[in-house]
Design a protein around this ligand. Structure first.
Ligand code: AP5
Length: 222
């Protein structure tokens, strides 16, 4: 039988490197990346009423109300590609109520990755972050600079990537993180996120390779 697809959650403070690691994980493991923040930014770009409301909270670094974010995430997880290939859920759940709502729908992770980065590094990562609107890739002016002038010229910055706003986002993170961690402690993989992105990925890759091999062995495909 085909092994069960992997289901992974990734968590960590703002700018701890979740999106960066998701790029690397999906490239190797073919999972569907479901990022709450990206889904909300797409909702804002669509000009919908929900998008307008979401932006008010995001500008203040606060959690967007569940009635907006929960449905968007749940619908994305239920799409056939995520069901067939497995999912990598990024930035969700961020509160006890979001986690319990997921459990009611039986969305349980095989592993909950927690990126640990000292606070002093986070502000620098946020203010130097740039995004390529064409490829969706994440860059950093110092740590992950664009490959050429053409890309450099089109890079954009997120509206909540200022020093002032990241401090608000960090406060929200600290208020909510413990409750979520306590629910997933049996499947938590703590990763040192302060090293280079390649070194962070090798810690994750090691654990996922093992999980993947175990899956194949138990389903009899090895
Ligand atoms: P969201 O978009 O999820 O933002 P966040 O959690 O603050 O995380 P970021 O996307 O800022 O950072 P990241 O960890 O992905 O880091 P990245 O890889 O880009 O959420 C935004 C807002 O949406 C929230 O504030 C909230 O309002 C709302 N929201 C989201 N989820 C919600 C939910 N569940 N419920 C309610 N509201 C919700 O890396 C950052 C930078 O560092 C980059 O420049 C990168 O190149 C660089 N970098 C990465 N790794 C390394 C490394 N190892 N070494 C050096 N530099 C690195």
């Amino acid at each position: 039988a085909k092994p069960e697809p992997l289901k992974i959650m990734i968590s960590g403070a703002p700018a701890s490197g979740k999106g960066t690691q998701c790029e690397l994980i999906t490239k190797k493991y073919g999972l569907v990346h479901v990022a709450a923040g990206d889904l909300l930014r797409a909702e804002i770009a669509s000009g919908s009423e929900n998008g307008k409301r979401a932006k008010e909270y995001m500008e203040k670094g606060q959690l967007v109300p569940n009635e907006i974010v929960a449905t968007i995430v749940k619908e994305r997880l239920l799409k056939p590609d995520a069901q067939e290939n497995g999912w990598l859920l990024d930035g969700y759940p961020r509160s006890m109520s979001q986690a319990t709502a997921l459990m009611e729908f039986d969305f349980q992770p095989d592993v909950f990755i927690l990126l640990e980065v000292p606070e002093g590094l986070l502000v620098e990562r946020v203010v130097g972050r740039r995004l390529d609107p064409v490829t969706g890739r994440i860059y950093h002016l110092k740590y992950s600079p664009p490959e050429n002038e053409e890309i450099a010229a089109r890079l954009t910055q997120r509206f909540d990537d200022t020093e002032e706003k990241v401090k608000l986002r960090l406060r929200t993170h600290h208020q909510n993180v413990e409750a979520v961690l306590s629910l997933y402690k049996d499947v938590t993989l703590k990763v040192d996120g302060s090293v280079s992105k390649e070194e962070v990925f090798s810690q994750i890759d090691l654990a996922l390779t093992k999980l993947f091999e175990d899956r194949k062995a138990t389903s009899g495909t090895l």
